[in-house]
Design a protein around this ligand. Structure first.
Ligand SMILES: [Zn+2]
Length: 177
């Protein structure tokens, strides 16, 4: 398991909002929260794709990674540290086994109604996911449409797009909006 702080935006925010927020936070994923308090993880790749396709809001992007908000998960409070998740690894592993999503999320400070000022920590079951959350924003290739978006897999600015035929010489660059 591992944990990472991520920015959070309401489902009504635009993909461009998310791209700006991710870049400012030096992250490549964002936590999205809807009116009912449900949360999910949106990776930079699908957000960049939505932006390129003119999708209106984050809520219009298909959800791939649902999250559990710990303060709404009865039965686990005593064995999960919110301030130092690594100190209660066994508890988190039990949580990951008990619930379908592979991630947990909690609001480290401030009420969920004050999204500008709260800090969100996402605990991931797999350490392998972490590099896909902590790139410096989202990336898109300059190949023919539909263009490939990243992370997933992890890429570096300026590298050749591994998803395009190598004969095209497409390269990957940070999305700036
Ligand atoms: Zn490509």
């Amino acid at each position: 398991m591992d944990c990472v702080n991520l920015p959070i935006l309401p489902a009504s925010a635009t993909p461009a909002d998310a791209l700006r927020k991710m870049k400012a936070a030096e992250r490549s994923a964002i936590v999205v929260i809807d009116q009912n308090g449900s949360t999910w993880l949106a990776l930079g790749g699908p957000i960049a794709e939505a932006w390129a396709n003119g999708v209106a809001t984050l809520g219009d992007i298909p959800v791939t990674h649902t999250l559990v908000t710990l303060m709404h998960t009865p039965g686990f409070e005593n064995e999960l540290s919110l301030s130092n998740p690594r100190s209660t690894q066994v508890g988190y592993e039990r949580l990951f086994k008990a619930v379908a999503p592979n991630h947990a999320v909690f609001f480290g400070s401030g009420p969920p109604s004050d999204l500008q000022n709260i800090k969100v920590t996402v605990v991931t079951a797999s350490e392998a996911l972490l590099p896909r959350l902590t790139m410096l924003g989202a990336y898109i290739c300059n190949g023919p449409k539909p263009r490939h978006t990243f992370p997933d897999p992890v890429v570096a600015n300026g590298q050749n797009c591994a998803m395009c035929p190598s004969s095209l010489g497409s390269t990957v660059s940070l999305v700036t909006v």
